[in-house]
Design a protein around this ligand. Sequence first.
Ligand SMILES: CC(C)(COP(=O)(O)OP(=O)(O)OC[C@H]1O[C@@H](n2cnc3c(N)ncnc32)[C@H](O)[C@@H]1OP(=O)(O)O)[C@@H](O)C(=O)NCCC(=O)NCCS
Length: 240
Amino acid sequence: MACVNVFFFSLDPPVRRLAVLERCLSKDELVRADRFHFPQHRRRFVAARGQLRELLGREIGLSPESLRFCYGPHGKPGVEQTEEISFNLSHSNEAALLATCRGAALGVDLEWIERRVEYLLVARRFFSEQEVRKLDHCPPEHQREAFFACWTRKEAYIKALGEGLSRPLDSFAVGMLRGEPATLLWSRFPGEPERWSLHNLVLPGSYRGALAVEGQGWEVVIREIDPRGSPPYTTGAPRS
Ligand SMILES: CC(C)(COP(=O)(O)OP(=O)(O)OC[C@H]1O[C@@H](n2cnc3c(N)ncnc32)[C@H](O)[C@@H]1OP(=O)(O)O)[C@@H](O)C(=O)NCCC(=O)NCCS
């Protein structure tokens, strides 16, 4: 069965590890890092880019520093040296998620659910009518989970398409309630629900994540990366 590899990693690694990661960044990434005003933001950017390079390099068989990124019309990054491997990255708070696979488009989203969000206001602004109705009828104690399930699945799908917000967020609906599968239930664009599979990603602590990948029948394997840089280990089987 074809496999999607998902890596969950910290953006606050030990200082010595951060120095190793910084050494694999390109000149333009270092320039971008230096534009951050707050040191914490700089560190997290370096940790994200460095680990992205290490993990992708390992998958492709290239050294981290030799990877060159190219960008789609809406900024979705790819690897210049190969079209075979697809990847997508997401970061939230002090962690990041990277998903990779061969021969299919994919998108991933990570959210830290402790942050303050006015669920109903945001939902009314961005979600489809069907999703807003479901959230309105959800018991208050389940609303936060339902909101983030919806948000991460919608965002993962938008990121898989790579079109940014040119695809309206209310032009499709996803499964979001407890026990409801993470599917693309409906889209204003014909053929989309059959074309994509959505997956809920079970992650540590207050992190929630979702993956959208072209086609069906994927095995999704989640690995948590040791912040000290040891080989990845599997944290658990995904549930959808
Ligand atoms: C990039 C985008 C698609 C997601 O941004 P985000 O949620 O702020 O950020 P994430 O951490 O999930 O993803 C950022 C990463 O996605 C990748 N990315 C950038 N542009 C992308 C695109 N068009 N498509 C897919 N991935 C993209 C990059 O690797 C980027 O990492 P970098 O910032 O270190 O370069 C953003 O353009 C966007 O459209 N956000 C929509 C936000 C929103 O209103 N959501 C409503 C909730 S339903």
